[in-house]
Design a protein around this ligand. Structure first.
Ligand SMILES: [Zn+2]
Length: 630
Protein backbone atom coordinates (compact mmCIF):
# COMPACT_ATOMS: atom_id res chain seq x y z
CA UNK A 1 0.00 0.00 0.00
CA UNK A 2 2.79 2.36 0.90
CA UNK A 3 5.04 1.95 -2.11
CA UNK A 4 2.16 2.40 -4.49
CA UNK A 5 1.66 3.86 -7.92
CA UNK A 6 5.07 3.40 -9.48
CA UNK A 7 6.75 6.40 -7.89
CA UNK A 8 10.51 6.57 -8.25
CA UNK A 9 12.13 5.12 -5.15
CA UNK A 10 13.72 7.91 -3.17
CA UNK A 11 17.20 6.50 -3.82
CA UNK A 12 16.72 7.33 -7.48
CA UNK A 13 15.76 10.95 -6.94
CA UNK A 14 18.15 13.02 -8.98
CA UNK A 15 19.77 16.11 -7.65
CA UNK A 16 18.37 19.48 -8.67
CA UNK A 17 19.98 20.76 -11.83
CA UNK A 18 19.76 17.48 -13.70
CA UNK A 19 16.10 17.81 -14.58
CA UNK A 20 14.64 18.21 -17.98
CA UNK A 21 11.12 18.40 -19.33
CA UNK A 22 7.76 18.89 -17.69
CA UNK A 23 6.75 16.75 -14.70
CA UNK A 24 4.28 14.33 -16.19
CA UNK A 25 0.69 15.41 -16.62
CA UNK A 26 1.10 19.11 -15.80
CA UNK A 27 1.12 20.15 -19.45
CA UNK A 28 1.73 23.80 -20.13
CA UNK A 29 3.71 24.34 -16.94
CA UNK A 30 7.25 25.42 -17.57
CA UNK A 31 9.96 23.64 -15.68
CA UNK A 32 13.38 24.86 -16.65
CA UNK A 33 16.78 23.62 -15.62
CA UNK A 34 18.10 25.89 -12.94
CA UNK A 35 21.01 26.63 -10.73
CA UNK A 36 21.90 24.29 -7.86
CA UNK A 37 19.25 24.69 -5.24
CA UNK A 38 15.52 24.25 -4.75
CA UNK A 39 13.27 24.65 -7.78
CA UNK A 40 12.07 28.24 -7.41
CA UNK A 41 8.35 28.55 -8.15
CA UNK A 42 7.56 32.04 -9.40
CA UNK A 43 6.17 33.61 -12.54
CA UNK A 44 4.00 36.32 -14.04
CA UNK A 45 0.89 35.01 -12.25
CA UNK A 46 2.47 35.26 -8.79
CA UNK A 47 2.01 39.02 -8.22
CA UNK A 48 -1.58 38.89 -9.55
CA UNK A 49 -2.70 37.55 -6.16
CA UNK A 50 -3.40 41.10 -5.01
CA UNK A 51 -6.12 42.29 -2.62
CA UNK A 52 -5.32 45.92 -3.40
CA UNK A 53 -2.94 48.67 -2.32
CA UNK A 54 -4.18 48.92 1.27
CA UNK A 55 -3.98 45.19 2.00
CA UNK A 56 -1.13 43.91 4.19
CA UNK A 57 -0.38 40.84 2.01
CA UNK A 58 1.17 42.91 -0.73
CA UNK A 59 2.54 41.53 -4.00
CA UNK A 60 5.11 44.32 -3.71
CA UNK A 61 7.07 41.81 -1.61
CA UNK A 62 7.94 39.88 -4.78
CA UNK A 63 10.02 42.82 -6.05
CA UNK A 64 12.71 42.88 -3.37
CA UNK A 65 12.07 39.21 -2.52
CA UNK A 66 12.71 37.68 -5.94
CA UNK A 67 15.49 40.20 -6.58
CA UNK A 68 17.37 39.08 -3.47
CA UNK A 69 16.86 35.42 -4.42
CA UNK A 70 18.26 36.12 -7.89
CA UNK A 71 21.33 37.72 -6.33
CA UNK A 72 22.02 34.33 -4.73
CA UNK A 73 21.68 32.49 -8.03
CA UNK A 74 18.08 31.38 -7.53
CA UNK A 75 16.37 31.59 -10.91
CA UNK A 76 12.61 31.01 -11.17
CA UNK A 77 12.21 27.61 -12.81
CA UNK A 78 8.50 26.89 -12.54
CA UNK A 79 5.90 29.50 -13.43
CA UNK A 80 2.57 28.86 -11.68
CA UNK A 81 -0.49 28.40 -13.87
CA UNK A 82 -4.03 28.04 -12.49
CA UNK A 83 -4.95 24.66 -11.08
CA UNK A 84 -7.93 23.02 -12.76
CA UNK A 85 -11.23 22.91 -10.90
CA UNK A 86 -10.83 19.14 -10.68
CA UNK A 87 -7.62 19.74 -8.72
CA UNK A 88 -9.08 22.45 -6.47
CA UNK A 89 -11.90 20.03 -5.62
CA UNK A 90 -9.38 17.72 -3.91
CA UNK A 91 -9.91 19.96 -0.88
CA UNK A 92 -12.48 22.64 -1.81
CA UNK A 93 -16.20 22.30 -2.47
CA UNK A 94 -17.51 22.86 -6.00
CA UNK A 95 -19.95 25.40 -4.61
CA UNK A 96 -17.14 27.42 -3.00
CA UNK A 97 -15.14 27.44 -6.24
CA UNK A 98 -18.28 28.79 -7.96
CA UNK A 99 -18.55 31.56 -5.35
CA UNK A 100 -14.90 32.52 -5.87
CA UNK A 101 -15.48 32.61 -9.62
CA UNK A 102 -18.61 34.75 -9.29
CA UNK A 103 -16.94 37.31 -6.99
CA UNK A 104 -13.88 37.27 -9.24
CA UNK A 105 -16.10 38.59 -12.06
CA UNK A 106 -18.26 40.78 -9.82
CA UNK A 107 -16.04 41.79 -6.86
CA UNK A 108 -18.70 44.05 -5.36
CA UNK A 109 -21.41 41.40 -5.46
CA UNK A 110 -22.97 40.08 -2.25
CA UNK A 111 -20.28 38.87 0.18
CA UNK A 112 -20.16 35.12 0.70
CA UNK A 113 -17.95 32.36 2.06
CA UNK A 114 -15.55 34.73 3.79
CA UNK A 115 -15.12 36.87 0.69
CA UNK A 116 -16.38 40.45 0.84
CA UNK A 117 -15.29 44.05 0.56
CA UNK A 118 -14.02 45.46 3.85
CA UNK A 119 -13.02 42.04 5.16
CA UNK A 120 -9.71 40.15 5.27
CA UNK A 121 -10.36 38.68 1.83
CA UNK A 122 -11.81 41.42 -0.39
CA UNK A 123 -12.66 40.09 -3.87
CA UNK A 124 -10.76 41.53 -6.85
CA UNK A 125 -11.06 41.05 -10.60
CA UNK A 126 -9.30 37.87 -11.69
CA UNK A 127 -9.24 36.58 -8.11
CA UNK A 128 -10.12 33.01 -9.06
CA UNK A 129 -7.34 32.74 -11.65
CA UNK A 130 -4.78 34.36 -9.33
CA UNK A 131 -5.67 32.12 -6.38
CA UNK A 132 -5.87 29.02 -8.57
CA UNK A 133 -2.38 29.85 -9.89
CA UNK A 134 -0.97 29.89 -6.37
CA UNK A 135 -2.54 26.47 -5.88
CA UNK A 136 -1.27 25.33 -9.28
CA UNK A 137 2.27 26.37 -8.38
CA UNK A 138 2.34 24.24 -5.25
CA UNK A 139 0.70 21.27 -6.97
CA UNK A 140 3.14 21.43 -9.90
CA UNK A 141 6.05 21.69 -7.46
CA UNK A 142 4.94 18.53 -5.68
CA UNK A 143 4.53 16.83 -9.05
CA UNK A 144 8.14 17.70 -9.88
CA UNK A 145 9.28 16.29 -6.54
CA UNK A 146 7.20 13.12 -6.85
CA UNK A 147 8.47 12.57 -10.40
CA UNK A 148 12.02 12.74 -9.09
CA UNK A 149 12.87 15.77 -11.23
CA UNK A 150 13.92 17.76 -8.16
CA UNK A 151 14.47 17.05 -4.47
CA UNK A 152 13.44 20.45 -3.13
CA UNK A 153 11.13 23.18 -4.37
CA UNK A 154 10.40 26.59 -2.89
CA UNK A 155 7.21 28.50 -3.69
CA UNK A 156 7.44 31.89 -1.96
CA UNK A 157 3.97 32.96 -3.14
CA UNK A 158 2.44 29.81 -1.64
CA UNK A 159 1.59 28.96 1.93
CA UNK A 160 -2.05 30.14 1.98
CA UNK A 161 -2.72 27.93 4.98
CA UNK A 162 -5.96 29.41 6.37
CA UNK A 163 -8.28 28.64 3.45
CA UNK A 164 -10.96 26.12 4.41
CA UNK A 165 -12.86 23.69 2.18
CA UNK A 166 -15.77 26.10 1.65
CA UNK A 167 -14.50 29.41 2.96
CA UNK A 168 -11.79 32.01 2.42
CA UNK A 169 -9.98 33.08 5.56
CA UNK A 170 -7.00 35.16 6.64
CA UNK A 171 -5.91 36.38 3.15
CA UNK A 172 -6.17 32.82 1.83
CA UNK A 173 -8.61 31.75 -0.91
CA UNK A 174 -7.40 28.31 -2.04
CA UNK A 175 -5.28 26.27 0.34
CA UNK A 176 -2.19 25.49 -1.73
CA UNK A 177 -0.27 23.59 0.97
CA UNK A 178 -3.31 21.39 1.63
CA UNK A 179 -3.66 20.77 -2.12
CA UNK A 180 0.04 19.89 -2.44
CA UNK A 181 -0.39 17.42 0.43
CA UNK A 182 -3.54 15.99 -1.19
CA UNK A 183 -1.60 15.42 -4.40
CA UNK A 184 1.13 13.55 -2.53
CA UNK A 185 -1.46 11.46 -0.69
CA UNK A 186 -2.93 10.37 -4.03
CA UNK A 187 0.53 9.01 -4.80
CA UNK A 188 0.52 7.12 -1.51
CA UNK A 189 3.08 9.39 0.14
CA UNK A 190 3.01 10.14 3.87
CA UNK A 191 3.39 13.85 4.51
CA UNK A 192 4.83 15.82 7.40
CA UNK A 193 3.58 19.42 7.30
CA UNK A 194 5.60 21.99 9.27
CA UNK A 195 4.09 25.45 9.70
CA UNK A 196 6.38 28.22 10.97
CA UNK A 197 3.97 31.10 10.25
CA UNK A 198 3.06 33.19 13.31
CA UNK A 199 -0.59 32.27 12.74
CA UNK A 200 -1.90 28.77 13.40
CA UNK A 201 -2.03 26.63 10.25
CA UNK A 202 -5.72 25.97 10.83
CA UNK A 203 -6.85 25.26 7.28
CA UNK A 204 -4.21 22.63 6.54
CA UNK A 205 -4.83 21.04 9.93
CA UNK A 206 -8.60 20.93 9.40
CA UNK A 207 -8.42 19.62 5.84
CA UNK A 208 -6.12 16.71 6.71
CA UNK A 209 -7.27 16.20 10.31
CA UNK A 210 -8.69 12.73 9.82
CA UNK A 211 -5.83 11.34 7.73
CA UNK A 212 -3.23 9.45 9.79
CA UNK A 213 -0.90 9.67 6.78
CA UNK A 214 -0.53 13.43 7.30
CA UNK A 215 1.04 14.94 10.40
CA UNK A 216 0.53 18.68 10.77
CA UNK A 217 2.82 20.60 13.13
CA UNK A 218 2.26 24.31 13.73
CA UNK A 219 4.43 26.76 15.69
CA UNK A 220 2.44 29.95 16.21
CA UNK A 221 1.49 32.81 18.51
CA UNK A 222 -1.20 31.65 20.91
CA UNK A 223 -4.74 31.86 19.61
CA UNK A 224 -5.66 33.71 22.78
CA UNK A 225 -3.82 36.69 21.34
CA UNK A 226 -3.91 36.27 17.59
CA UNK A 227 -5.97 35.19 14.58
CA UNK A 228 -7.32 32.56 13.94
CA UNK A 229 -7.75 31.73 17.62
CA UNK A 230 -7.15 28.00 17.24
CA UNK A 231 -4.03 25.85 17.59
CA UNK A 232 -4.26 24.79 21.22
CA UNK A 233 -2.11 21.95 22.54
CA UNK A 234 -5.22 19.81 23.06
CA UNK A 235 -6.00 19.72 19.33
CA UNK A 236 -4.40 16.31 18.85
CA UNK A 237 -6.64 14.70 16.25
CA UNK A 238 -9.24 11.98 16.60
CA UNK A 239 -9.87 8.40 15.60
CA UNK A 240 -7.07 6.80 13.64
CA UNK A 241 -5.46 10.20 13.22
CA UNK A 242 -5.18 10.92 16.96
CA UNK A 243 -1.64 12.12 17.63
CA UNK A 244 -1.03 13.43 14.11
CA UNK A 245 -1.96 17.03 14.95
CA UNK A 246 0.71 18.97 16.83
CA UNK A 247 0.34 22.57 17.98
CA UNK A 248 2.87 24.70 19.81
CA UNK A 249 1.30 28.02 20.82
CA UNK A 250 3.69 30.73 22.03
CA UNK A 251 2.90 33.49 24.49
CA UNK A 252 3.69 36.94 23.14
CA UNK A 253 6.31 38.39 23.08
CA UNK A 254 8.30 35.15 23.12
CA UNK A 255 11.42 35.14 20.95
CA UNK A 256 14.15 32.83 19.71
CA UNK A 257 14.85 31.37 23.17
CA UNK A 258 11.51 29.56 23.20
CA UNK A 259 10.70 29.37 19.50
CA UNK A 260 13.94 27.87 18.30
CA UNK A 261 14.21 25.54 21.29
CA UNK A 262 10.73 24.19 20.52
CA UNK A 263 11.50 23.78 16.83
CA UNK A 264 14.85 22.09 17.57
CA UNK A 265 13.30 19.75 20.12
CA UNK A 266 10.18 18.75 18.27
CA UNK A 267 10.89 18.72 14.54
CA UNK A 268 13.62 16.02 14.54
CA UNK A 269 11.75 13.82 17.03
CA UNK A 270 8.36 14.08 15.32
CA UNK A 271 9.96 13.43 11.94
CA UNK A 272 11.77 10.36 13.31
CA UNK A 273 8.60 9.01 14.91
CA UNK A 274 6.32 9.70 11.93
CA UNK A 275 8.64 8.76 9.07
CA UNK A 276 7.36 11.00 6.24
CA UNK A 277 7.91 10.42 2.53
CA UNK A 278 7.58 14.15 1.85
CA UNK A 279 7.86 17.31 3.93
CA UNK A 280 5.73 20.32 3.08
CA UNK A 281 6.67 23.39 5.09
CA UNK A 282 5.22 26.88 5.40
CA UNK A 283 7.73 29.63 6.24
CA UNK A 284 5.59 32.65 7.04
CA UNK A 285 7.93 35.50 7.98
CA UNK A 286 5.43 37.11 10.34
CA UNK A 287 6.85 35.47 13.45
CA UNK A 288 9.64 38.04 13.07
CA UNK A 289 10.26 40.64 15.78
CA UNK A 290 9.53 43.51 13.39
CA UNK A 291 6.30 42.17 11.93
CA UNK A 292 3.51 44.75 12.26
CA UNK A 293 0.63 42.24 12.60
CA UNK A 294 1.89 39.88 15.31
CA UNK A 295 3.79 39.88 18.57
CA UNK A 296 6.57 37.30 18.63
CA UNK A 297 10.25 38.22 18.48
CA UNK A 298 11.76 35.60 16.20
CA UNK A 299 14.86 36.58 14.20
CA UNK A 300 15.97 35.65 10.69
CA UNK A 301 18.76 33.72 12.41
CA UNK A 302 16.21 31.41 14.02
CA UNK A 303 14.17 31.20 10.79
CA UNK A 304 17.29 30.06 8.93
CA UNK A 305 17.93 27.41 11.58
CA UNK A 306 14.34 26.16 11.28
CA UNK A 307 14.70 25.89 7.50
CA UNK A 308 17.96 23.95 7.86
CA UNK A 309 16.31 21.57 10.36
CA UNK A 310 13.52 21.02 7.85
CA UNK A 311 16.01 20.30 5.08
CA UNK A 312 17.85 17.89 7.36
CA UNK A 313 14.64 16.06 8.27
CA UNK A 314 13.74 15.79 4.58
CA UNK A 315 17.07 14.14 3.74
CA UNK A 316 17.07 11.95 6.82
CA UNK A 317 13.54 10.60 6.46
CA UNK A 318 12.01 11.52 3.11
CA UNK A 319 14.74 10.91 0.53
CA UNK A 320 15.14 14.70 0.32
CA UNK A 321 11.53 15.30 -0.79
CA UNK A 322 10.69 18.80 0.42
CA UNK A 323 8.32 21.51 -0.76
CA UNK A 324 8.78 24.79 1.09
CA UNK A 325 6.32 27.65 0.74
CA UNK A 326 6.25 31.22 1.90
CA UNK A 327 3.28 32.47 3.87
CA UNK A 328 2.51 35.56 5.91
CA UNK A 329 5.01 38.33 6.48
CA UNK A 330 4.05 41.97 6.50
CA UNK A 331 7.42 43.68 6.69
CA UNK A 332 7.78 43.26 2.94
CA UNK A 333 11.17 44.95 2.61
CA UNK A 334 13.25 44.38 5.73
CA UNK A 335 12.11 40.84 6.63
CA UNK A 336 10.31 38.88 3.88
CA UNK A 337 13.12 38.98 1.26
CA UNK A 338 15.74 37.76 3.72
CA UNK A 339 13.42 35.10 5.12
CA UNK A 340 12.73 33.72 1.61
CA UNK A 341 16.42 33.75 0.73
CA UNK A 342 17.31 31.88 3.92
CA UNK A 343 14.76 29.16 3.14
CA UNK A 344 16.12 28.79 -0.38
CA UNK A 345 19.72 28.73 0.89
CA UNK A 346 18.84 25.99 3.38
CA UNK A 347 17.56 23.92 0.47
CA UNK A 348 20.67 24.76 -1.56
CA UNK A 349 22.77 23.52 1.37
CA UNK A 350 24.59 26.83 1.46
CA UNK A 351 25.40 29.14 4.34
CA UNK A 352 24.06 32.64 3.90
CA UNK A 353 26.57 35.25 2.85
CA UNK A 354 27.19 37.69 5.69
CA UNK A 355 25.93 40.78 3.87
CA UNK A 356 22.95 41.52 1.68
CA UNK A 357 24.17 42.97 -1.65
CA UNK A 358 24.62 46.72 -1.65
CA UNK A 359 23.03 46.84 -5.13
CA UNK A 360 19.91 45.21 -3.70
CA UNK A 361 19.75 47.70 -0.84
CA UNK A 362 20.29 50.62 -3.22
CA UNK A 363 17.62 49.43 -5.59
CA UNK A 364 14.88 48.98 -2.98
CA UNK A 365 15.81 51.64 -0.39
CA UNK A 366 13.46 54.27 -1.85
CA UNK A 367 10.42 52.02 -2.01
CA UNK A 368 11.14 50.62 1.46
CA UNK A 369 11.33 54.17 2.85
CA UNK A 370 8.08 55.09 1.15
CA UNK A 371 6.34 52.29 3.05
CA UNK A 372 8.12 53.04 6.33
CA UNK A 373 10.37 49.96 6.23
CA UNK A 374 13.86 51.47 6.33
CA UNK A 375 16.71 50.94 6.42
CA UNK A 376 17.14 47.67 4.57
CA UNK A 377 19.27 45.33 6.71
CA UNK A 378 22.90 44.89 5.74
CA UNK A 379 23.02 41.36 7.12
CA UNK A 380 20.98 38.26 6.36
CA UNK A 381 21.14 37.12 9.96
CA UNK A 382 19.73 39.48 12.57
CA UNK A 383 21.51 40.74 15.63
CA UNK A 384 20.30 39.00 18.84
CA UNK A 385 16.59 39.66 19.41
CA UNK A 386 16.63 41.58 16.10
CA UNK A 387 18.02 44.52 18.03
CA UNK A 388 15.04 44.77 20.40
CA UNK A 389 15.52 45.06 24.13
CA UNK A 390 15.19 41.71 25.87
CA UNK A 391 12.77 42.72 28.61
CA UNK A 392 11.08 40.98 31.53
CA UNK A 393 7.89 40.46 29.51
CA UNK A 394 9.80 38.51 26.92
CA UNK A 395 11.63 36.45 29.54
CA UNK A 396 8.26 35.51 31.09
CA UNK A 397 6.75 34.69 27.70
CA UNK A 398 9.77 32.58 26.77
CA UNK A 399 9.56 30.68 30.05
CA UNK A 400 5.84 29.97 29.68
CA UNK A 401 6.24 29.00 26.04
CA UNK A 402 9.04 26.58 26.92
CA UNK A 403 6.70 24.92 29.43
CA UNK A 404 4.11 24.61 26.68
CA UNK A 405 6.66 23.07 24.33
CA UNK A 406 7.67 20.57 27.03
CA UNK A 407 4.02 19.60 27.44
CA UNK A 408 3.61 19.21 23.68
CA UNK A 409 6.65 16.95 23.63
CA UNK A 410 5.01 14.68 26.21
CA UNK A 411 1.71 14.70 24.33
CA UNK A 412 3.07 14.00 20.85
CA UNK A 413 6.46 12.24 21.01
CA UNK A 414 6.43 8.51 21.85
CA UNK A 415 7.74 7.88 25.36
CA UNK A 416 10.54 5.59 24.16
CA UNK A 417 12.00 8.39 22.03
CA UNK A 418 11.72 10.94 24.81
CA UNK A 419 13.35 8.60 27.29
CA UNK A 420 16.09 7.67 24.82
CA UNK A 421 16.94 11.32 24.16
CA UNK A 422 16.78 12.28 27.84
CA UNK A 423 19.01 9.37 28.87
CA UNK A 424 21.48 10.01 26.05
CA UNK A 425 20.82 6.61 24.40
CA UNK A 426 19.91 7.99 21.03
CA UNK A 427 19.34 11.24 19.17
CA UNK A 428 17.37 11.71 15.97
CA UNK A 429 20.51 13.16 14.36
CA UNK A 430 22.37 9.87 14.89
CA UNK A 431 20.54 8.09 12.13
CA UNK A 432 21.49 7.68 8.52
CA UNK A 433 18.77 8.29 5.94
CA UNK A 434 15.82 5.92 5.99
CA UNK A 435 13.82 4.75 3.01
CA UNK A 436 10.15 4.04 2.59
CA UNK A 437 10.94 0.34 2.16
CA UNK A 438 12.56 0.28 5.62
CA UNK A 439 9.34 1.43 7.20
CA UNK A 440 6.76 -0.61 5.34
CA UNK A 441 7.30 -3.97 6.98
CA UNK A 442 6.29 -7.45 5.84
CA UNK A 443 2.68 -8.57 5.77
CA UNK A 444 3.03 -12.24 6.57
CA UNK A 445 4.53 -13.97 9.57
CA UNK A 446 6.89 -16.80 8.82
CA UNK A 447 6.69 -18.52 12.20
CA UNK A 448 5.77 -18.31 15.85
CA UNK A 449 8.17 -15.99 17.65
CA UNK A 450 10.03 -16.95 20.81
CA UNK A 451 9.98 -14.49 23.65
CA UNK A 452 13.17 -14.07 25.62
CA UNK A 453 15.05 -11.56 27.67
CA UNK A 454 16.78 -9.66 28.91
CA UNK A 455 18.60 -9.13 25.61
CA UNK A 456 21.96 -7.42 25.94
CA UNK A 457 23.54 -5.02 23.48
CA UNK A 458 25.80 -7.63 21.90
CA UNK A 459 22.87 -9.95 21.27
CA UNK A 460 20.64 -7.18 19.92
CA UNK A 461 23.36 -6.06 17.55
CA UNK A 462 23.24 -9.41 15.76
CA UNK A 463 19.49 -9.10 15.13
CA UNK A 464 17.34 -7.12 12.76
CA UNK A 465 14.27 -5.24 13.87
CA UNK A 466 11.02 -5.65 11.95
CA UNK A 467 9.20 -2.52 10.83
CA UNK A 468 6.46 -0.94 12.97
CA UNK A 469 7.42 -2.58 16.27
CA UNK A 470 8.54 0.57 18.14
CA UNK A 471 9.22 4.23 17.39
CA UNK A 472 11.19 5.56 15.48
CA UNK A 473 9.60 4.75 12.12
CA UNK A 474 12.92 3.56 10.67
CA UNK A 475 13.58 0.12 12.20
CA UNK A 476 17.36 0.45 11.74
CA UNK A 477 17.24 3.52 13.95
CA UNK A 478 15.02 1.60 16.35
CA UNK A 479 17.54 -1.20 16.63
CA UNK A 480 20.36 1.25 17.26
CA UNK A 481 18.27 2.81 20.01
CA UNK A 482 17.63 -0.61 21.60
CA UNK A 483 21.32 -1.60 21.50
CA UNK A 484 22.32 1.62 23.20
CA UNK A 485 19.47 1.40 25.70
CA UNK A 486 20.40 -2.17 26.66
CA UNK A 487 24.05 -1.17 27.09
CA UNK A 488 22.97 1.64 29.38
CA UNK A 489 20.94 -0.54 31.72
CA UNK A 490 17.51 -0.54 30.10
CA UNK A 491 15.68 -3.85 30.17
CA UNK A 492 14.86 -5.16 26.69
CA UNK A 493 12.73 -8.23 26.13
CA UNK A 494 12.24 -9.45 22.58
CA UNK A 495 10.06 -11.73 20.48
CA UNK A 496 12.30 -13.41 17.94
CA UNK A 497 11.36 -14.93 14.61
CA UNK A 498 14.73 -16.39 13.66
CA UNK A 499 17.13 -13.46 13.90
CA UNK A 500 14.38 -10.88 13.41
CA UNK A 501 12.96 -9.01 16.37
CA UNK A 502 9.21 -8.93 15.71
CA UNK A 503 8.20 -7.77 19.18
CA UNK A 504 9.85 -5.69 21.88
CA UNK A 505 9.15 -4.55 25.43
CA UNK A 506 11.45 -1.98 26.98
CA UNK A 507 11.63 -0.75 30.57
CA UNK A 508 13.79 1.78 32.30
CA UNK A 509 14.71 0.28 35.69
CA UNK A 510 14.47 2.79 38.50
CA UNK A 511 18.19 2.59 39.15
CA UNK A 512 19.33 2.47 35.52
CA UNK A 513 22.39 4.58 34.95
CA UNK A 514 22.51 6.61 31.78
CA UNK A 515 25.20 6.11 29.18
CA UNK A 516 28.55 7.45 30.38
CA UNK A 517 28.76 11.02 29.20
CA UNK A 518 25.00 11.23 28.66
CA UNK A 519 22.72 13.37 30.76
CA UNK A 520 22.27 11.99 34.25
CA UNK A 521 18.63 12.99 34.48
CA UNK A 522 16.00 10.25 34.40
CA UNK A 523 13.48 10.13 31.61
CA UNK A 524 11.21 13.11 31.90
CA UNK A 525 7.63 12.47 31.09
CA UNK A 526 4.57 11.98 33.15
CA UNK A 527 5.42 13.59 36.47
CA UNK A 528 4.84 11.82 39.75
CA UNK A 529 2.01 14.22 40.54
CA UNK A 530 0.18 12.92 37.50
CA UNK A 531 0.24 9.37 38.79
CA UNK A 532 -2.16 10.18 41.61
CA UNK A 533 -1.68 6.99 43.62
CA UNK A 534 -4.24 6.32 46.35
CA UNK A 535 -3.91 4.37 49.60
CA UNK A 536 -0.81 2.44 50.56
CA UNK A 537 1.97 3.26 48.23
CA UNK A 538 5.26 1.53 47.66
CA UNK A 539 7.65 4.41 48.12
CA UNK A 540 10.40 2.85 46.06
CA UNK A 541 10.85 4.78 42.79
CA UNK A 542 8.99 2.91 40.06
CA UNK A 543 10.47 1.27 37.02
CA UNK A 544 9.04 2.77 33.86
CA UNK A 545 7.61 0.81 31.00
CA UNK A 546 8.77 2.65 27.88
CA UNK A 547 7.31 0.61 25.04
CA UNK A 548 5.59 -2.60 24.07
CA UNK A 549 5.30 -3.24 20.36
CA UNK A 550 4.67 -6.09 17.97
CA UNK A 551 5.12 -6.18 14.19
CA UNK A 552 1.80 -6.14 12.26
CA UNK A 553 2.19 -9.71 11.00
CA UNK A 554 2.40 -11.02 14.56
CA UNK A 555 -0.28 -8.93 16.23
CA UNK A 556 -3.33 -10.48 17.84
CA UNK A 557 -1.50 -13.67 18.82
CA UNK A 558 -0.65 -12.89 22.43
CA UNK A 559 2.93 -11.85 21.69
CA UNK A 560 2.52 -8.51 23.49
CA UNK A 561 1.05 -10.25 26.53
CA UNK A 562 3.92 -12.67 26.63
CA UNK A 563 6.51 -9.88 26.25
CA UNK A 564 4.98 -7.96 29.12
CA UNK A 565 4.78 -11.04 31.35
CA UNK A 566 8.47 -11.78 30.77
CA UNK A 567 9.39 -8.18 31.44
CA UNK A 568 7.43 -7.85 34.68
CA UNK A 569 8.96 -11.10 35.98
CA UNK A 570 12.40 -9.57 35.55
CA UNK A 571 11.61 -6.33 37.39
CA UNK A 572 11.19 -6.16 41.15
CA UNK A 573 9.19 -3.31 42.66
CA UNK A 574 6.54 -0.99 41.29
CA UNK A 575 6.24 -0.31 37.56
CA UNK A 576 4.41 2.57 35.91
CA UNK A 577 3.17 2.56 32.37
CA UNK A 578 1.47 5.26 30.39
CA UNK A 579 -0.24 5.57 27.07
CA UNK A 580 -1.60 8.54 25.17
CA UNK A 581 -2.11 9.80 21.64
CA UNK A 582 1.63 9.71 20.91
CA UNK A 583 1.82 5.92 21.19
CA UNK A 584 0.63 4.42 17.92
CA UNK A 585 1.62 2.51 14.83
CA UNK A 586 3.13 5.22 12.64
CA UNK A 587 1.84 3.68 9.41
CA UNK A 588 -1.65 2.33 10.14
CA UNK A 589 -2.77 3.50 13.56
CA UNK A 590 -5.92 2.00 15.03
CA UNK A 591 -8.77 4.28 16.09
CA UNK A 592 -7.71 5.95 19.33
CA UNK A 593 -10.35 4.24 21.54
CA UNK A 594 -9.23 0.86 20.17
CA UNK A 595 -5.59 1.68 20.88
CA UNK A 596 -6.47 2.52 24.46
CA UNK A 597 -8.59 -0.62 24.83
CA UNK A 598 -5.65 -2.73 23.64
CA UNK A 599 -3.27 -0.93 26.04
CA UNK A 600 -5.68 -1.38 28.96
CA UNK A 601 -6.23 -5.05 28.26
CA UNK A 602 -2.49 -5.67 27.94
CA UNK A 603 -1.66 -3.82 31.15
CA UNK A 604 -4.53 -5.29 33.19
CA UNK A 605 -3.50 -8.76 32.01
CA UNK A 606 -0.01 -8.08 33.37
CA UNK A 607 -1.32 -7.01 36.80
CA UNK A 608 -1.43 -3.25 36.30
CA UNK A 609 -4.17 -1.06 37.79
CA UNK A 610 -5.34 1.52 35.28
CA UNK A 611 -6.19 5.08 36.18
CA UNK A 612 -6.70 8.36 34.44
CA UNK A 613 -4.03 10.98 34.43
CA UNK A 614 -4.35 14.32 36.12
CA UNK A 615 -2.99 17.77 35.45
CA UNK A 616 -2.19 19.38 32.14
CA UNK A 617 -1.61 16.11 30.32
CA UNK A 618 -5.09 14.88 31.20
CA UNK A 619 -6.65 18.19 30.21
CA UNK A 620 -4.97 18.06 26.80
CA UNK A 621 -5.32 14.29 26.18
CA UNK A 622 -8.27 13.11 28.32
CA UNK A 623 -8.11 9.55 26.97
CA UNK A 624 -4.51 9.05 28.14
CA UNK A 625 -4.06 6.44 30.85
CA UNK A 626 -1.52 5.52 33.45
CA UNK A 627 -1.04 1.97 34.73
CA UNK A 628 0.60 1.04 37.99
CA UNK A 629 1.81 -2.38 39.06
CA UNK A 630 2.70 -2.72 42.73
ZN1 LIG B 1 18.37 19.56 1.12
Amino acid sequence: MLIASGMAPSSQVRSPGSLAGPPGPGCGRTLKPMSDGPLLVYGPASPTYDFGPAHPLTPRRFGPGIDLLRSLGAIPGLAPVPAADSELRWVHSARYIDVVRRLSIDPFGPPEAGLGQGGDDPPFPGMHEAAAAVAGGSIAAVDAILAGAVEHAFHPGGGLHHALPARASGFCIYNDPALAIARARQAGRRVLYLDFDVHHGDGVQAIHATDPGVMTVSFHESGRHLFPGTGRVDELGEGGAAGTIVNVPFEPPAGDVAWLAAVRTLVPLLAAAFGPDLIVSQHGADSHAWDPLAHLRVTTTAMAAAARLTDDAAHRHAGGAWLATGGGGYDAYRVVPRSWSLVWLAGAHRDPPPMTPIEWRDRWAGEAARYGRSPLPERYLDAPNAGLEFDADQARADARSLETAALVRILTVPLLLRAAVDAGWWAPGDDSPATTADRAGSVSASGTPTVSGPLDGAHLERLTLAARVIAPADPRAGLRLLVSAARSGALVVGALDGSELVGVAVALPAAAPSRPGGPAAPARGFESTDLAPAGDVDLRPPHRLLAVGVAPAHRGRGVGRSLLATLTELLEGPIVAEAGAAERDAIEPLPYPTRMAVARSLLVGAGFTIGPLSGEIARADPAAIVGRRP
